[in-house]
Structure formats: structure tokens, C-alpha cells
Design a protein around this ligand. Structure first.
Ligand SMILES: NC(=O)C1=CN([C@@H]2O[C@H](COP(=O)(O)OP(=O)(O)OC[C@H]3O[C@@H](n4cnc5c(N)ncnc54)[C@H](OP(=O)(O)O)[C@@H]3O)[C@@H](O)[C@H]2O)C=CC1
Ligand SMILES: CC(=O)N[C@@H](CCC(=O)OP(=O)(O)O)C(=O)O
Length: 353
């Protein structure tokens, strides 16, 4: 097979930079055009000094011409820009969109949470997501030419809770999630509430009250896992760290007092969902996920416990928002789309301390 030539649009941003870092280690990919908007003309070395082998590459404008002639194009653009770029790309090119534009299958959910026109939906790029009792989302990704990469919070939350929904253990109307994210989740552009003085040494919630745009994406995923419409109360928080998401998710167990699933039922459901997954690791009982253990890796660390008194399951997931939460999932989906081994070029081990 010839080397896959891949372009990255949005190369100057955090997600684009992480895609480039991963592609540098991918044995089957050569990096073609690197494009962006306001930073066109700049050396990549001045924008991403950590990408040493690409330091002398010059960022080009994102146009149909600069993106032409590639086997794959990664889009790491702000929401609302992907459709206009993708419509100029031939049908046989693999287009992997890291933005939200093609993630939601329900147009009314889109218009409730986003302020740009609905663009449609593409194959959803979360291979490990349980779909019903025995299926996984990767079946939809083999050979596809258009992929919508999930949001970072939905990645952590959906992989944490889907095992319980696909096993029929959880009440779809009583799900509560509080998740903390590092600041790179907000992108590279200047935001006054993300200046060092505001973020260092402090944690704060945002998007409170069921208004964060990842809420319908999480509900879509968990509804697909279990079959019944799921309603989630989701609260994101900003944590004083550059990368990482820690999602603490709780859901009420189905059934009355004498019919409730046991701790063994819960453990078995999560073990079944995580068995044979190369990137989703259910930790040994008693060991809890930490963002520090997954940094720079495509791994998801999961743990689950039964809170007997409250009649709830508590599931916790840690991911690196830029790796498994965006760029790693994007490369994983490229592999599936092209029929390569799913893990090609992707780090399972993190960087610590
Ligand atoms: N950060 C994260 O953890 C995650 C991000 N994502 C998604 O990935 C996408 C990129 O996010 P992120 O990297 O954080 O954002 P950044 O703000 O860091 O980067 C945005 C990139 O898009 C480019 N850009 C902006 N406007 C245009 C335009 N009109 N045409 C072409 N390029 C444009 C910018 O170029 P320039 O700098 O030259 O102006 C820059 O390269 C977003 O859709 C985001 O939601 C998804 C999951 C997680
Ligand atoms: C800390 C922070 O601000 N995080 C971002 C989520 C980033 C992400 O997953 O992105 P998209 O859905 O935008 O692709 C937020 O809450 O908006």
C-alpha cells in the first residue's frame, strides 16, 4: 500500500497540533498540506515548537486548492466551518472532522444547542461505544469516507456509562455527570476567563443548568447504547491543568429494592464492554482513574463502583482531551476507514509524572 497522504486544516490550533504529533509517529501516513486561517504564512515551528520535525513547514491558507490531492483530510476548525470545506473534497477522500458539525443525528437537538445551520450527520467516530447489547460503533466506521470525531466530554462520559446502559442496568431518566477539563479544551484563541491569573489555583463550573452543547451528544450516545431515551444532567468544570478530562458519572440502578443489580452484575457489565478494547482500560477494583495517567495517550481509564446506600452506579473516566478526546480518536478512525489495524501509530502509554 502506498503512503497515505494526509492534510491537516486547522493545523495551528491545539487539535490540529495534536493530530500532527500523532501523524509524525504513524508508519503509514505522510503529512501533506498544513493549513489554517490567520496564521497562514507562519512557520509551524513558531506555532508548535514541540513539533520539531515539522518546524520549517509553512502554514498555508485553507482552500480547496491547498487541500486537493490528499488521501485524507483532517478538519480541526471552529464549529460551523467544516461543511463548506468538506463540500470541495472528493467522495473517495477520507474526511475526519474534529468539530461538532456532523455529530448529531437529530436536527432539533442541533438547533437547540448550536447557533449555526444544521449540516447533517456522518459516521460517529467512537469505535468502542456500545450500541445495543452486543454491538459496537466501530462496525459503522470500517471503510467510511466521512467521520465525525466526538467531543472530548462525550468521549469520557459515554465510555464511562454506556456499559451500564447496554446491559440494561441503569435508569435512563436519572443520570448525573460532573466533569473537569483542562484549559486546552477551550482552544488556542485568547479568552479572558482563561488567562493564567483566572485559571491557576482555581476550579469553576461553566455551562451550568443543562445548557452545555455536549449534553445532546452524550444523550445520543447513551440512548444508542441502551435503546431507551436517556436524559442527562451534565455540568462541566474548568480545572487548572493544560490537558485532561475527569468525568464522574452517576446513574440510578433500575429495579426496586429486591430486584436491583448487584455489585457483581455491575462489574461484569463493564468487564464485558471493555474486554478486547485496545484503548479502554477498566482498572483493577479499588484503583481510580487519574488524568495524569493518560496524558498524551489514546487510552481511557475507567472504574465503576456500586453505591448501595444511594442505589446508584458511580463510573469515573479519565482521558486526555486532545488525544483520545480529539486527535487520537481522529487517527483511530482514519485507521478503521482505511482498513489498517485500529491501533496503528497510536500511543497506549501516557506521559508521567
Ligand atoms: N481542544 C479540544 O480539546 C477539542 C477540540 N475539538 C474541536 O476541534 C476543533 C478545533 O479546536 P481547537 O484546536 O481546540 O481550536 P483552536 O482555536 O486551538 O484552533 C482553531 C484552528 O482553526 C483555524 N481556523 C479558525 N477559523 C478558520 C477558518 N475560517 N478557516 C480555516 N481555519 C480556521 C485556526 O487557524 P488560525 O490560528 O490560523 O486562525 C486554528 O488552526 C473545534 O471544532 C473543537 O471544538 C474537539 C474535541 C476536543
Ligand atoms: C474546557 C473547555 O472549554 N472545553 C470545551 C470542550 C471542547 C470540545 O470537546 O469540543 P467540541 O465539542 O467543541 O469539539 C467546551 O466546554 O466548550
Amino acid at each position: 500500500m502506498h503512503m497515505i497522504r494526509a492534510a491537516v486544516a486547522g493545523a495551528s490550533g491545539y487539535a490540529g497540533g495534536e493530530i500532527l504529533r500523532l501523524l509524525l509517529a504513524h508508519p503509514e501516513v505522510e503529512i501533506g498540506a498544513v493549513t489554517a486561517a490567520s496564521s497562514a504564512g507562519q512557520r509551524l515551528g513558531s506555532l508548535h515548537p514541540h513539533l520539531t520535525p515539522l518546524a520549517e513547514r509553512v502554514v498555508e491558507e485553507t482552500t480547496p486548492e491547498t487541500l486537493a490531492g490528499h488521501d485524507a483530510v483532517f478538519l480541526a476548525l471552529p464549529h460551523g466551518h467544516s461543511a463548506a470545506v468538506a463540500e470541495h473534497l472528493p467522495d473517495d477522500v477520507v474526511v475526519v472532522d474534529c468539530g461538532a458539525d456532523f455529530r448529531l443525528r437529530d436536527e432539533s437537538a442541533w438547533t437547540t444547542f448550536y447557533d449555526t445551520p444544521y449540516a447533517g450527520s456522518w459516521a460517529y467516530g467512537m469505535p468502542e461505544l456500545s450500541v445495543g447489547a452486543d454491538g459496537k460503533q466501530r462496525e459503522q466506521l470500517a471503510g467510511t469516507r466521512r467521520v465525525a470525531v466526538p467531543g472530548c466530554y462525550p468521549t469520557a462520559v459515554s465510555l464511562a456509562l454506556a456499559p451500564g446502559f447496554s446491559a440494561g442496568l441503569l435508569d435512563p431518566e436519572d443520570v448525573v455527570v460532573v466533569a473537569a477539563s483542562g484549559t486546552s479544551g477551550a482552544g488556542k484563541s485568547l479568552k479572558p476567563h482563561l488567562l493564567g491569573a483566572e485559571v491557576m489555583g482555581a476550579m469553576s463550573p461553566y455551562g451550568v443548568g443543562g445548557v452545555h452543547r455536549h449534553t445532546p451528544e452524550i444523550e445520543q450516545n447513551l440512548t444508542g447504547a441502551g435503546g431507551d431515551q436517556v436524559t442527562v444532567s451534565f455540568t462541566p468544570t474548568l480545572a487548572p491543568m493544560p490537558r485532561g478530562i475527569l468525568a464522574t458519572c452517576t446513574a440510578r440502578l433500575r429495579g426496586g429494592d429486591d430486584q436491583r443489580p448487584t455489585a457483581a452484575d455491575v462489574r461484569a457489565a463493564w468487564e464485558k464492554a471493555c474486554a478486547d478494547e485496545p484503548f479502554v482500560h477498566l482498572l483493577p477494583e479499588g484503583q481510580w482513574p487519574s488524568t495524569g495517567s493518560v496524558l498524551g495517550s489514546n487510552s481511557v481509564h475507567l472504574q465503576v463502583a456500586l453505591d448501595q446506600r444511594a442505589g446508584r452506579v458511580v463510573a469515573v473516566a479519565a482521558v486526555d482531551n486532545l488525544t483520545k478526546g480529539t486527535a487520537g480518536a481522529a487517527v483511530q478512525c482514519l485507521n478503521l476507514a482505511l482498513g489498517l489495524p485500529e491501533t496503528t501509530g497510536l500511543p497506549v502509554a501516557g506521559v508521567a509524572p
